[in-house]
Write a protein that binds this ligand. Sequence first.
Ligand SMILES: *Cc1c(COP(=O)(O)O)cnc(C)c1O
Length: 434
Amino acid sequence: MRYYSTNHQAPMATLEEAVVNGLAPDRGLYMPETIHRLPDEFFEGIEHLRFQDIACVVADAFFGEDVEQDALHEIVWDTLQFDCPVVEVTPTIYSLELFHGPTLAFKDVGARFMARLLQYFLTCRGNDERINVLVATSGDTGSAVANGFLGVEGIHVYVLYPKGKVSPIQECQFTTLGQNITALEIDGVFDDCQRLVKSAFMDSELNRHMRLTSANSINVARFLPQAFYYFNAYARMKELGKADRLVVCVPSGNFGNITAALFGHRMGLPISRFIAANNSNDVFYQYLQTGEYHPQPTRQTLANAMDVGDPSNFARVIDLYGGSHERIASLIGGAAYTDYSIRAALRECYESHHYLCDPHGACGYQALKDLLLPGETGVFCETAHPAKFKEKVDATVGTDTAIPERLAAFMRGTKQSVALGKDFGDLKAYLLKQ
Ligand SMILES: *Cc1c(COP(=O)(O)O)cnc(C)c1O
């Protein structure tokens, strides 16, 4: 499979190049040249298949031309060591729980898959050159990437995070791991961490010294595997006899997760329509209403993993539908919620249905409540476990959310990090010694 850039100013790339580069040289996002439609028979019998077997079929369609089949299926099985079940909230609203992975958020799926695919490419090349992943984080990405790559041979991960700006629950998920994960505590803010990572990729001396790559969420190896759980959600809903007019609702920030669902739709997955649920960062919602896209400065909200004022995967959505606002707006609906509404949704869902959402999932739940039509059944993504946002959720709902054991285990670990200043010279000197 060849990958083109959404900006059409860069040469086509192989899968390996697209994965190692992340972003195309013209700063566009990579798209597969072909999206294979899966045969009708697959969908006819899909409810009899297990999650991992469904995922293998989807993975074959994306990556089968570039990765040897046994290895690809092993990567899929190794990635999906946890379930993504659908759980009934009301008779017409179901939660697709994407928080059963090691860091309790959906990003685990993409990060684990990408780590294993990179390792596969390293092994194929047969040399023992080490790959170094640099990732800047304001909290969630660092934990998913660090845990996704934990123990993966031949790859070392450096997580750059701003000192004192990351919640203790988030911090322990990447500072206590050891092995091939190094946490770099930067005396600055998140933007400093991002600037440092960019400078490192551009520094030729450093790039001669070590092979650097990013594990950004726009990477095709991180975003495409997210389609796996939409196919599984359809299968499980079909098993329940509720897949006839299925609406999938995705709480969205950078729009990677919903784009993976749209790829699934293009492959024939019978979803009738989609809803992108936003917090008050509502550029996409505005685009749906007006046909005009105006990036905005980011607004801080209760659902902070969706605080994005210029979603990077918007370029992929536009590309997928040939730039047609009409096609996009007829398939995807939108909703945007203030913090006040998110709190109300958290409370109402818990009090009426005894289901505790996290602030992101609450946007998805509310959007289905507001927009589902008679005869439709909705599935919203519960993108993180409520315990990851324990203070906010408990203060809103009056609960005392239990911390799952795998999260508690991180919190008992010993924090290890390397303190660095925010000047690039400090980071460079440190990395040159590695
Ligand atoms: C990253 C994240 C989102 C947003 O997903 P996108 O793919 O960026 O749209 C939503 N909820 C949680 C909990 C996240 O961590």
